[in-house]
Unconditional design. Structure first.
Ligand SMILES: [Zn+2]
Ligand SMILES: [Zn+2]
Length: 359
């Protein structure tokens, strides 16, 4: 079979074998070459002939109606009409093309609402939704909530949304470590300690969430060391890298010292300061060349590579208890990369990020 070249028809934008070319050398499919335009049977507007018998817009309208009908079959009488009305509301807001393409996404969430409605034999309240469906706090379902609020199905309540959003995030955080590990026990212990404070009205769910984040990060950081239990050495390295977390981590460190007898006192850890490398510029240059020339050598670990680069480029010493990884590299709005040490930003060349990403 001869190799037939398929191209995008410049008129109807379908991938077809070109039949002819316009004066501007743009490909045209067979139908577009012969007819160019047709009149839509439904709306009587002109459209590219190769598209078919009806215009794109009427085509999407048709598909849209078909899908709404099909999806709505699965709903109980509680939710069915709400789903249909929502679909048309969505189409009005975002157009037939968008509504047709993305209806299935919203359909899934309506199914969950429906399952709940059937279970309780009533339309659920907003809080019941949030309480039952973990996905209910997800941003992507906001449009549905907005609509249901508009039609009086439920009443949106920002405080409730925040409360459950924090609650579900905390539940997710609590799964950061495998069960039966020391880290798991510590994290859950800390969580229960915070919940007691919540019951005494001394903290909020939001604050609990903010307290758990650095605690998890620090426990994960300790995994870099041979002795993975929290130590003053690990904490010092951590604060070199996450300089701004001293205050937010204090509560957790105090908890650790009290309940686990680790000899940790955040106050005794000196503020991290930048120092010069202990080896010459020439040695650092040699190390850097070796690393860049051997991208597949797994002996060169990320922390070592960063230590070398920061030393060579910025003439700054990165202590051995500081484990920098690609995760610590951030991007400026102008596309340049940097990482921060001791609260200061250090530029990282694109080439280095590229090199580490592709390793
Ligand atoms: Zn039409
Ligand atoms: Zn065409």
């Amino acid at each position: 079979m001869p190799n037939v070249k398929i191209e995008l028809c410049s008129n109807c934008h379908y991938r077809k074998k070109p039949f002819s070319y316009t004066l501007a050398r743009q490909p045209l499919c067979r139908i577009c070459s012969l007819e160019y335009e047709r009149v839509c049977k439904i709306c009587h507007k002109k459209f590219p002939a190769g598209f078919g018998r009806i215009c794109p817009n009427c085509h999407y309208e048709k598909t849209f109606k078909h899908r709404v009908g099909l999806y709505s079959l699965s709903y109980s009488h509680w939710v069915k009409q709400y789903f249909i009305n929502f679909s048309y509301w969505l189409k009005k807001r975002r157009g037939a093309l968008y509504a047709t393409m993305y209806l299935h996404k919203y359909q899934t969430y309506f199914s969950e609402i429906d399952a709940l409605a059937q279970k309780i034999q009533a339309l659920p309240t907003y809080e019941q939704l949030l309480n039952t469906i973990s996905d209910a706090t997800h941003k992507k379902n906001y449009l549905i909530h907005l609509y249901l609020d508009e039609v009086g199905f439920l009443k949106l309540d920002k405080h409730l949304t925040d409360k459950y959003a924090n609650y579900y995030l905390i539940q997710k955080y609590l799964k950061s470590f495998e069960e039966n590990t020391l880290e798991y026990k510590i994290l859950h212990g800390y969580y229960h300690f915070l919940v007691l404070r919540l019951k005494e009205n001394k903290t909020t769910l939001r604050s609990i969430r903010f307290a758990l984040t650095p605690a998890i990060k620090f426990l994960q950081y300790c995994q870099n060391f041979k002795d993975t239990t929290p130590t003053a050495n690990a904490l010092e390295g951590y604060l070199f890298l996450y300089y701004g977390q001293r205050a937010s981590l204090t509560g957790f460190i105090n908890f650790l010292s009290k309940n686990y007898k680790y000899n940790l006192d955040i106050k005794s850890i000196p503020k991290a300061v930048l120092k010069r490398p202990r080896v010459s510029h020439q040695i650092l240059k040699g190390r850097l060349i070796k690393v860049m020339q051997n991208p597949h050598d797994k002996h060169f670990k990320e922390p070592y590579i960063f230590r070398t680069i920061i030393g060579y480029l910025h003439w700054v010493y990165v202590p051995q208890n500081v484990f920098i990884s690609l995760k610590n590299v951030h991007k400026y709005k102008n596309g340049k990369y940097y990482l921060s040490l001791c609260g200061q930003a250090f530029y990282i060349p694109d080439k280095v990020v590229e090199y580490l990403t592709n390793r």
